[in-house]
Design a protein around this ligand. Structure first.
Ligand SMILES: [Ca+2]
Ligand SMILES: [Ca+2]
Length: 273
């Protein structure tokens, strides 16, 4: 069975939208108990944090969405963004399981305990990435190949460099569904998720979105400054990723971070700036 790319956000939501315009966010291409939150606001900052576009998935304890399009996949890759929040113990934020609807054995899962992401494969602890902050957007990319390898790469928190990674062996399980949200544990406050994609590609990483590319033109330049200030001035939301410092809000600090990249670091979206 083919895994199509699954975007958390409907294609229409990637367009720049006038503030106050009527629109709906949807998770209609997912199953489960999660609901999309429309970040659109009459004027001013979005009603909830989003990473890209204008919508995000906002989920509390026991709330998640399910993708049943995988079918006994031995090779599976997924990338999602999570805005970390306080927890009272480890919470599972992503898992891929053997059967549909999150059923069957956990083949891979990612949990967050307030300071680190921890990874399991086929029921065994695999590794972790430490130093994870609360209240920051992180890009988490998982790659699994049965009987071969399991890797996780983490970027985010407003830094260009990779935050951390894990690489190890994989067991024999195959993947029948993916679950995004708080499927286990207790979240003190709601988490936001955004920009989920999955593929069967072994060779091609999905990678992080271009941080600060609010105008979605593939580089960091003056057009992103214009897009950012248009949002700050209550005119039009940036259609790309204006949250340059990845702290869950779009404000003047993002403009300062954007200027720094444009002026002193390679502004291209290629690489890790
Ligand atoms: Ca740009
Ligand atoms: Ca920000």
């Amino acid at each position: 069975m083919k895994i199509s790319n699954k975007f958390l956000l409907a294609a229409a939501l990637t367009m720049a939208l006038p503030m106050g315009s009527a629109m709906a966010c949807t998770v209609s291409n997912w199953l489960g108990t999660g609901t999309a939150t429309d970040a659109n606001n009459a004027k001013g900052p979005p009603a909830t944090a989003r990473y890209s576009g204008i919508c995000a998935l906002t989920v509390g304890t026991g709330t998640y969405v399910v993708d049943n399009s995988p079918g006994a996949e031995g090779t599976y890759r997924a990338r999602f963004y999570v805005l970390t929040r306080s927890v009272s113990g480890p919470v599972t934020i992503f898992k891929a399981t053997a059967s549909d609807n999150g059923g069957g054995a956990n083949v891979v899962d990612v949990s967050f305990n307030g300071s680190q992401f921890s990874f399991n494969q086929n029921g065994s602890a695999a590794g972790s990435v430490t130093g994870i902050q609360v209240g920051k957007w992180y890009s988490v990319e998982v790659f699994y190949k049965a009987n071969t390898s399991f890797t996780v790469k983490v970027w985010g928190a407003g830094t260009g460099a990779q935050v951390g990674s894990y690489s190890g062996a994989a067991g024999a399980g195959t993947i029948g569904s993916a679950v995004l949200g708080i499927s286990n544990g207790t979240a003190a406050t709601a988490f936001n998720f955004d920009a989920f994609e999955s593929t069967r590609s072994e060779a091609t990483e999905i990678g992080r979105l271009c941080r600060g590319d609010g105008a979605v033109n593939g580089t960091r330049d003056i057009s992103d400054v214009v897009a950012l200030f248009s949002e700050l001035n209550g005119v039009t939301y940036a259609s790309g990723q204006p949250d340059m410092n990845e702290d869950g809000s779009v404000n003047i600090n993002d403009a300062m971070a954007l200027f720094t990249v444009i002026n002193s670091v390679a502004p291209t979206c290629i690489g890790t700036p």
